[in-house]
Design a protein. Structure first.
Length: 159
C-alpha cells in the first residue's frame, strides 16, 4: 500500500505518515495530499482504491455460506435492501446479500463512517459494483456523486 501511495505522490514509501480518522478511515497525514485512498481485503484478495480529490470507499467479500443473511441485513442495511432480500428464495439470499453488503460498506467507508453509523445516502455517491473474480463481490463508492468517473483496474499479480 505504501509503495502504491508513494508512486502517486512521488514520495519514498517509508516517508509517508498514515493515520486513521475517528470513523476508522485511513488517510495520509500531509497537508494538501492530492489523493484519497481506501483498502479492503477478504481471505487472500485485497482491493486498493485511489482517487484524486474525491473521498473513496471500497469493499470486497469472498463468497461463503451465510447462515441467516436477513438477520445480518436487518442490523445494518437500508430498508430497500432488506425488502429486496426478503423477496428472494432463501437459497438466493446469501449471494445477493454479499452484493448488497459490499455496496453498503463501500458507501459507509467513502464517507468515513463505520457500518453501524448513520447510513450514507446512496444518491449522494457514485457507486460501482463489480466481480473481480469467481466467487468475489466488490463495490467502490465515491463521494460526492460525480458524473463521468473514469475507473481503471490494475491486477498487480499480472504486472
Amino acid at each position: 500500500m505504501r509503495d502504491i501511495l508513494g508512486r502517486y505522490l512521488d514520495c519514498p514509501p517509508d516517508r509517508l505518515q498514515l493515520c486513521v480518522r475517528p470513523g476508522g478511515k485511513p488517510y495520509i497525514d500531509k497537508v494538501g495530499a492530492p489523493i484519497e485512498f481506501n483498502l479492503s481485503h477478504s481471505l487472500d484478495i485485497a482491493l486498493f482504491a485511489v482517487t484524486s480529490g474525491l473521498s473513496v470507499g471500497i469493499d470486497v467479500e469472498v463468497q461463503r455460506k451465510i447462515e441467516d443473511p436477513l438477520r445480518l441485513a436487518r442490523r445494518v442495511m437500508p430498508a430497500d435492501d432488506i425488502a429486496r432480500l426478503e423477496t428472494l428464495p432463501p437459497a438466493d439470499r446469501a449471494e445477493n446479500f454479499l452484493d448488497l453488503w459490499t455496496r453498503m460498506e463501500a458507501r459507509q467507508k467513502a464517507i468515513g463512517r463505520g457500518i453501524f453509523a448513520q447510513a450514507a445516502d446512496p444518491a449522494q455517491l457514485s457507486s460501482f459494483s463489480f466481480r473481480p473474480g469467481q466467487g468475489l463481490y466488490a463495490s467502490l463508492s465515491i463521494s460526492p456523486a460525480t458524473p463521468g468517473i473514469e475507473l481503471r483496474f490494475f491486477d498487480f499479480n499480472k504486472v
